[in-house]
Design a protein around this ligand. Structure first.
Ligand code: MG
Length: 288
């Protein structure tokens, strides 16, 4: 692993990207995508999610995908898990790291996790305990870290408080999501100023969406503020469920271009990622 990279990118296209594409992708094509990404220099790939198949049919094949990918020992293969049962399923296929999912907005948490924010934290407690005991790295997504599609602007102080409650469960990265992609650079700076006193900057991840075309500028400001970890989706996979037809996750390629502009190392081969992303875009009928 290139441990002296300046910027660490987690590729979330296979999970967050494909979860939000209406086209179902076969196990074989998911495996082919992940295998291509595995040798591009990416340090971490979020492979899938162990959630209820009736709720997220796009990722119902998580175990099969994990079983069939050709693993690179230098890559961390992670999965989103909603609860202890999800963790058990993920551990059965040898997951290296897990992601938990909550939101800084009660309405969004209710709609996406069927729980209050407090209940999601209660749900996570045994999951974090078990994961840490097994040496599995944990990250927690805080979605709606800037704004909620139902409640509007979200206060940075609320995100800070939630991050604190999450970190009290055990060691973890805190992944701040601009779920609807409305942030401007000043929002990112304000958010980081609120959260960085309670989460070390090296454990903060920015998860940006390019809904309104501002994700790269937000990433740049994040880097200026000291952020070293980002999520990206090759080919910008994954639309925005709240803005049909709009771009989804910031593309990994855009993050890599930004790194190149700023003379920062990521260890990732942009061409390899772009080729994998373009191939998957053609399969799901998305043209960037
Ligand atoms: Mg996303």
């Amino acid at each position: 692993m290139n441990s002296d990279r300046d910027i660490t990118i987690t590729e979330v296209g296979p999970r967050d990207g494909l979860q939000n594409e209406s086209t179902l992708v076969s196990v074989a094509d998911k495996v082919a995508l992940i295998d291509r990404l595995s040798w591009s220099g990416l340090p971490e790939i979020e492979v899938s999610a162990f959630v209820r198949p009736d709720v997220v049919p796009q990722l119902a094949d998580a175990a099969e995908v994990f079983a069939q990918i050709r693993r690179n020992d230098d890559v961390i293969y992670s999965a989103l898990v909603p609860n202890l049962r999800g963790l058990e399923r993920a551990m059965a296929v040898g997951v290296d790291a897990i992601s938990l999912f909550t939101a800084a907005s009660e309405t969004f948490a209710a709609r996406n996790t069927n729980a209050t924010i407090g209940e999601t934290i209660d749900r996570f407690r045994p999951v974090v305990e078990a994961a840490v005991a097994e040496g599995i790295t944990v990250r927690a997504y805080i979605s709606c870290a800037v704004a909620c599609p139902f409640e509007g602007a979200v206060a940075a102080s609320a995100v800070k408080e939630l991050a604190q409650r999450l970190c009290a469960l055990g060691p973890m990265q805190i992944d701040l999501g601009d779920t609807i992609g409305v942030a401007v650079p000043d929002d990112i700076e304000r958010l980081l100023a609120a959260v960085s006193p309670v989460v070390p900057m090296d454990d903060i991840v920015l998860h940006l969406h390019d809904t309104s075309g501002g994700a790269a500028a937000c990433a740049r400001r994040g880097i200026e503020c000291g952020v070293t970890r980002f999520d990206g989706a090759c080919g910008g996979l994954g639309g925005c469920p709240f803005a049909p037809g709009a771009p989804g996750n910031i593309s990994t390629e855009a993050l890599l271009s930004l790194c190149a502009d700023l003379n920062l190392t990521s260890g990732v081969d942009r061409t390899a990622v772009a080729e994998a992303g373009a191939w998957m875009q053609s399969l799901v009928g998305r043209a960037e």
